[in-house]
Design a protein. Structure first.
Length: 598
């Protein structure tokens, strides 16, 4: 059998298949069988198919490579140029436009939420006809039935003018549905983000309010404007030092005391003596931040931080404490002259004289002007003024609020008569918050600290400055407790809570430069529990009148002190201070000095 070796020749230039030439493997000229032309064509077709498939794969791979390259370039560009706007846009979508304010326990005080408004668009019909289907006065009457507090006459006048604008903000969905049923296309309901104060009027002077396009006004809304508006920070609530429960109790009792005496106003502070944190701060009458517009709010004056007053006999314990530190008062049993003091043409005397001599504990219990004036006189104006400066009573109160009153000092505090009357709380006007800070220093061991509306972590509490000796502070705790047991503060002596404090009643200055006999400021400054003071309370009633509820008396013993007597049992358990009739301050040595002269 002859063997053959086939050779295929392909003419790719002419695309024609060459016939195979068969040559013998050996010498012979014999020929073998020919390879069919169809099989050659099939091989070539397969070759072209594979080549086409490969080209397509390469083309698709190239397209994907270009897309990936563009995507990578885009990602890199966004990383350097577009990251911040993208994040900001995301924050704007997910976060409220203004951060939340809470109390120290997380209870919401101010937050942003979606709301509807009632908007009047006289061009809503778009045909140049009348903007309303019914007459303006009829529409106003219908709106009045939905919103009882709406001024019908002003609304009718507004609708008649054809001027676009808000008719009402903060419209509830159910009220919006009722307005929609009126069939007036010109009455529209744009959805907005509104600032809401869930506690209503509570803490209004602390929080302030927000005006659209203007930002925070008046209170912590103004102080925290940047913090609350920052997209990177507004997702985290800002906790204040306020305890909403204590704030509610303080406002409630102050309002009760104000109404009972027909007073024109009231103020109060609850202060942590060891940290300076304000747990409650109130000024009455208050306002509702939920309904404040661009025109502002009524009653925005803050009597607790902005009002300066002569706070009367509440200064007497401070004068005695300074005298003990200065060595002027060494022996509490020493008899001091309690007769009227003649200073030039002026006379200082007691409202209710208790004898010709009094020792220091008796002078505080009976609130003697004459003895306190003599102690201030012997101490001298330099040392008394230094004590007041150390207590920061020469500066505006230390608090974050914008409304801070500047103390009013007499023109010549070194004058002998002036120095003596300053000793018992006259001729020098300060805020109730000044007094609260001073009492905190007097009872906490002698350290003055600034007050704050921010919740403080233990490591953030300021070290403060020593103003009184620790031994003097301990002695003053005894005497303040003694006043609440035997003196003018008896109506504040809540059983089991060991309250100590001092009353003060001072006539208000009049426009002629003198003092009004009919208008007074009644104040009570207190602390509890006196065996380990934790909180200071200052209550002030502005221009109380003698009523049946106050036994027809105007002085602090009958109005400001009872407020504290009712308040302490309400807030004590909230603050971890429970009544304990088996605990108290040891005042046995002082009791002997007071009772021995009765």
């Amino acid at each position: 059998m002859n063997a053959f070796s086939p050779q295929l020749g392909l003419d790719f230039g002419s695309n024609a298949f060459l016939e195979p030439e068969l040559k013998p493997a050996g010498e012979g000229a014999a020929t073998g069988p020919a390879i069919p032309a169809g099989r050659v064509q099939l091989v070539q077709l397969r070759f072209q198919s594979v080549l086409t498939a490969r080209m397509r794969v390469l083309l698709i791979a190239a397209v994907f490579a270009i897309v990936a390259f563009v995507a990578i370039i885009r990602i890199v560009w966004l990383g350097f140029a577009g990251h911040a706007p993208s994040q900001s846009s995301l924050a704007d979508q997910l976060l409220p436009p203004r951060g939340e304010i809470t109390d120290r326990n997380g209870a919401p005080l101010a937050r942003a939420f979606p709301a509807y408004a009632l908007w009047y668009d006289p061009d809503a019909m778009g045909d140049g006809g009348a903007p309303l289907v019914a007459a303006p006065n009829e529409v106003a009457a219908q709106l009045k039935s939905i919103f009882p507090d709406m001024d019908e006459a002003k609304t009718a006048e507004r609708l008649a003018t054809g001027r676009a604008g808000y008719l009402r903000r903060r419209v509830l969905p159910e009220d919006a549905n009722q307005v929609f049923d009126l069939g007036e296309i010109a009455l529209q309901f744009p959805q907005e983000t509104d600032r809401h104060y869930p506690q209503g009027r509570l803490g209004a002077h602390i929080l302030g309010y927000v005006v659209e396009q203007q930002g925070g006004q008046l209170g912590m809304e103004q102080v925290l404007e940047k913090r609350l508006s920052d997209p990177d920070l507004r997702g985290e609530p800002v906790p204040l030092s306020i305890d909403v429960r204590v704030q509610g109790a303080l406002e409630d009792e102050l309002n009760r005391g104000m109404l009972a005496t027909n007073a024109i106003g009231a103020a109060g502070v609850v202060l942590d003596v060891d940290t300076g944190e304000v747990l409650a701060l109130a000024s009455l009458p208050e306002f509702d931040p939920n309904i404040v517009g661009a025109d502002g709010a009524p009653n925005v004056f803050n009597r607790a931080t902005n009002g300066v007053y002569e706070l009367g006999s509440t200064f007497k314990p401070l004068t005695v404490a300074a005298a003990i530190d200065a060595g002027v008062v060494r022996n509490l049993s020493k008899a001091w002259n309690a007769r009227p003091v003649e200073v030039g043409t002026r006379t200082i005397q007691d409202l209710k004289p208790k004898g010709s001599t009094l020792n220091v504990p008796q002078a505080l219990v009976y609130s003697s002007n004459t003895v306190t004036a003599r102690i201030a006189d012997e101490m001298g104006s330099d040392r008394l003024q230094q004590m007041l400066v150390d207590l920061r009573m020469d500066k505006r109160p230390f608090i974050e609020l914008p409304a801070k009153g500047k103390p009013l000092w007499p023109q010549d505090p070194s004058n002998r008569h002036t120095n003596m009357v300053i000793g018992y709380g006259h001729s020098l006007a300060v805020t109730p918050l000044h007094l609260a800070n001073a009492y905190a220093a007097m009872v906490n061991g002698g350290i003055w600290r600034p007050s704050t509306l921010h919740k403080l972590a233990p490591e953030d509490v300021p070290r403060g400055k020593r103003v009184f000796k620790a031994s003097t502070s301990a002695r003053m705790r005894q005497m303040l407790r003694m006043i609440s047991i035997y003196g003018t503060g008896r109506s504040a002596n809540a059983p089991g809570f060991r309250v100590g404090g001092k009353t003060g009643s001072a006539e208000k200055p009049n426009a002629r430069g003198g003092y009004s006999e009919r208008k007074i400021i009644s104040t009570f400054a207190a602390a509890f529990p006196m065996d380990r003071p934790r909180y200071v309370i200052v209550t002030m009633i502005d221009e109380p009148r003698g009523t049946r509820a106050s036994s027809f008396q105007r002085t602090a013993a009958f109005n400001a002190a009872p407020v504290v007597g009712r308040l302490v049992p309400r807030i004590g358990p909230m603050l971890g201070v429970r009544p304990d009739a088996n605990r108290d301050v040891d005042i046995s040595d002082l009791r002997y000095l007071v009772e021995g002269r009765k």
